[in-house]
Design a protein. Structure first.
Length: 386
């Protein structure tokens, strides 16, 4: 939020309490809406060089809202920085009746008044503007980028993905069946004890990654191995069970699900089964690529979970990665959108024992992108994070 603080005269001399505008309009409208947090510059920790952190927030925030009511020089400097580095989403607001400088006169701005009725109406308009802007990926609201559409500094510096080790869950309730939910989870695999089934994203050869790999396959293989407490030797429980299940077969069709026991994960993480899904295909000397129609993997997992094989122990919860986005290098946003949409369709329309589908958001960037996608799905309602 780029705006003045405290009581200030606006551009026509009227004293406005901008703290009220911040708390009653901006905070009430947007804090927690679509998973958003709201930050104003004076919310930033005071120690250190505040200008650096201010610029970092202006550049990296998904949304900037700018109140131009006072024609404040600092506000317009920060607006200029934002318009230079972000083609969207920058939303202008101003108190009704205040004039606009010539340079931004052609841009749209949301008008507000500070009466109770005025603030209520403005909150509704602000939410609608934010939701529409986030949903339209081709939208440009920066005067700079409208004038110079090919400017090669459209989204600021790329964020470096960092693993989120904190265990947390973000639930999205399925509107058609509120007892069912899609969940985003962050944390380390060792800490997850919330699902009957863990899903392993595997290749069509069903050859699990080695213990020292960084993939989902390697992690599940290692955590599922039984250990000899005296020699620290590992019994390769899950890979052995998978090999036995395949028999003489050397490959499976794309999207195939092979079910094994959970090895040591049964005792340590309450996992009853591992569903191995052929979500990537290998090519000699070229590595792996995601299969076509990656959402088919989600369908296959959910259908398998509803088979009569599990009638004695109905499957209530499933924990899976976003398929094809690890070593196979699939586009994260596209794959996440496809996987979430297929899970939502299944939970909305099928008779099923499944109550919760948990997707892992391994990094800060994955979490941000995933929350944005789920937050824009009208058939879901976000619950309070846990």
């Amino acid at each position: 939020m780029i705006m003045p603080y405290g009581e200030k005269p606006d551009s026509d001399g009227t004293i406005v309490d901008f703290d009220v505008v911040y708390l009653e309009l901006i905070q009430k409208a947007l804090h927690g809406y679509l998973g958003l947090d709201v930050l104003r510059c004076d919310d930033i920790e005071k120690s250190g060089w505040i200008h650096q952190r201010m610029i970092e927030q202006i550049v990296s925030s998904r949304i900037a809202i700018v109140d131009t009511s006072t024609n404040n020089a600092n506000v317009f400097y920060e607006l200029g920085v934002r318009h230079a580095v972000k083609r969207a989403v920058t939303i202008l607001v101003h108190r009704a009746g205040t004039p606009w400088p010539f340079n931004i006169a052609g841009l749209s701005s949301l008008k507000y008044t500070t009466t109770p009725a005025g603030l209520t109406a403005a909150r509704k308009k602000l939410r609608a503007a934010v939701k529409a802007s986030l949903a339209d990926r081709d939208h440009i609201d920066s005067l700079v980028h409208l004038a110079v559409p090919d400017l090669n500094f459209t989204q600021g510096p790329a964020r470096r993905p960092i693993h989120v080790s904190k265990l947390q869950f973000f639930d999205y309730l399925v509107s058609a069946c509120p007892e069912r939910r899609i969940t985003l989870a962050t944390g380390d695999y060792e800490d997850f004890k919330v699902a009957d089934v863990w899903v392993n994203s595997e290749n069509t050869n069903m050859q699990m990654d080695g213990f020292y790999g960084r993939s989902t396959s390697a992690t599940i293989r290692y955590l599922g191995a039984h250990r000899d407490p005296e020699t620290n030797a590992l019994t390769d429980s899950i890979a052995s069970a998978l090999s036995e299940k395949l028999g003489k077969a050397t490959s499976v069709d794309a999207g195939t699900v092979v079910v094994t026991t959970a090895g040591a994960l049964e005792a340590s993480n309450n996992v009853r089964w591992i569903f191995h899904v052929a979500s990537v295909v290998g090519q000699i000397r070229e590595g792996y690529r995601p299969i076509d129609g990656i959402e088919l993997c989600v369908s296959a997992v959910l259908r398998e979970a509803d088979r009569d094989n599990y009638a004695g122990h109905p499957i209530r919860s499933i924990f899976m990665p976003i398929f094809g986005t690890g070593p196979a290098g699939g586009d994260f946003a596209a794959h996440a959108r496809a996987c979430f949409r297929r899970a939502l369709e299944y939970l909305s329309t099928r008779p099923t024992t499944i109550e919760r589908v948990v997707f892992l958001a391994w990094t800060n960037v994955a979490l941000e992108v995933s929350r944005e996608i789920l937050g824009n799905m009208d058939e879901l309602t976000e619950a309070s994070p846990s």
